[in-house]
Design a protein around this ligand. Structure first.
Ligand code: NAD
Ligand code: UDP
Length: 344
């Protein structure tokens, strides 16, 4: 509640992996949540449990297009917060239509920033550790400007988010909107799509199915994995922080490990006998990544609390259920999944 009124929150990208957890958490706090999503990488299935929730609306729309009239009508002068999570996050997905990815970050953020300017809502951009590129400074602090290949296959995402950050802070500098920028590091958990292409979803689904586990390169590259519940807590804390905040804030788990170590852990936890196979390292794949979360700790009092083992436990359990459900489905799995999605 804000001044005795229920908070109205817009979540762009709310049908996706992180967005659907954020919607759940905001609803649990008592907010009215409007989700805008084009369902490109998100799924109605992620929101099926909210079907009869009176305080939740799903609007199928692309943030590149003007904000839908229905949102404008509902939000005029009383919208409190706009979370912009809309953007494919997995390399194969964001590279599939690079022009759309870039425009999603730039035009989409502009549309939502203008909505905030008009309504007085606070804006939060879900930016990424990818703005640091293949970092030469380790761990990565917010003050580091990054090492991004601006013309490579990852640039549509990295440079799109960098441009979105620039635009966001331009709105703030001009006094047009109150803004927050979260630089999110690799996050995992239930509701990642099995075909998402990211390392945790790939390795867990492969291990459960007894398929070969794909390691790109020699597996010595590092990442720092954050459980989704911790990230959602951090996003809300950042959005709600009213004190002075100059610049972006890293949100991630500083527990860094090699991709090969992640694979070993998943194999041990699943008891899988999958073989490990090597695949070429994608172009511009960052060699290492680890957040410095001093600002989040000191300003927001936030730090992740979920260990990798605990987070993987619930992720593995969720993918195991998905695997069992898909085995119980008719032969044409894809068609069945589509039909199931359409029912929501
Ligand atoms: P996701 O692909 O599961 O979710 C993205 C959602 O945005 C999907 O529901 C998709 O359909 C929707 N979307 C994409 N383009 C859109 C558009 N133009 N208009 C409307 N909806 C659109 O990805 P995620 O992992 O949940 O990531 C959410 C956000 O967090 C993204 O902005 C991503 O860049 C950022 N992020 C995520 C991670 C991570 O590890 N999960 C890391 C860094 C940054
Ligand atoms: N990766 C891998 N096998 C896979 C998928 C990814 O070895 O099946 C590697 C990938 O090359 C990268 C790391 O795992 O070095 C993390 O990849 P992800 O796509 O999850 O995230 P990002 O590269 O965006 O950090």
């Amino acid at each position: 509640m804000k001044n005795g009124r229920r908070q109205l929150v817009l979540v762009a990208g709310g049908a996706g992996f992180v967005g659907s957890h954020l919607c759940d958490s905001l609803l649990a706090d008592g907010a009215h949540v409007i989700c805008i999503d084009n369902l490109k990488t998100g799924r109605k299935l992620n929101l099926r449990h909210l079907e009869r929730e009176p305080l939740f609306d799903l609007i199928e729309a692309d943030i590149i297009d003007p904000v839908p009239a229905r949102v404008l009508r509902q939000s005029k002068s009383q919208i409190d917060f706009v979370y912009n999570l809309a953007c494919p996050a997995s390399p194969p997905h964001y590279q599939a239509d690079p022009e759309h990815t870039m425009m999603t970050s730039v035009l989409g953020s502009r549309n939502l920033l203008r909505l905030c300017e008009d309504t007085g809502a606070r804006f939060l951009l879900a930016s990424t550790s990818e703005v640091y590129g293949d970092p030469e400074v380790h761990p990565q602090r917010e003050s580091y400007w990054g090492n991004v290949n601006s013309i490579g296959p990852r640039a549509c995402y990295d440079e799109g988010k960098r441009a979105a950050e620039a635009l966001t802070f331009d709105f703030e500098r001009a006094g047009r909107a109150s803004v927050r920028v979260a630089r999110i590091f690799n996050t995992y958990g239930p509701r990642m799509a099995a075909d998402d292409g990211r390392v945790v979803s790939n390795v867990v689904t492969q291990a459960i199915a007894g398929e070969d586990i794909t390691v790109y390169g020699d597996g010595s590259q590092t990442r720092s994995f954050c459980y989704v519940d911790d990230l959602v807590t951090g996003l809300k804390a950042l959005m709600r922080h009213d004190g002075p905040l100059k610049g972006p804030v890293n949100l991630g788990n500083p527990n860094e490990l090699r991709v090969s170590d992640l694979v070993e852990l998943v194999l041990a936890m699943t008891g899988s006998s999958s073989a490990v196979v090597r695949r070429p390292l994608p172009v511009d794949d960052p060699r290492r990544r680890r957040p410095d979360i001093t600002i989040a700790r000191e300003l927001l009092g936030w730090a992740p609390v979920t260990s990798l083992e605990k987070g993987l436990e619930s992720t593995i359990a969720w993918f195991s259920d998905e695997h069992d459900r898909s085995k119980a489905r008719p032969a044409n799995r894809a068609a069945f999944a589509l039909a199931e999605d359409a029912r929501v």
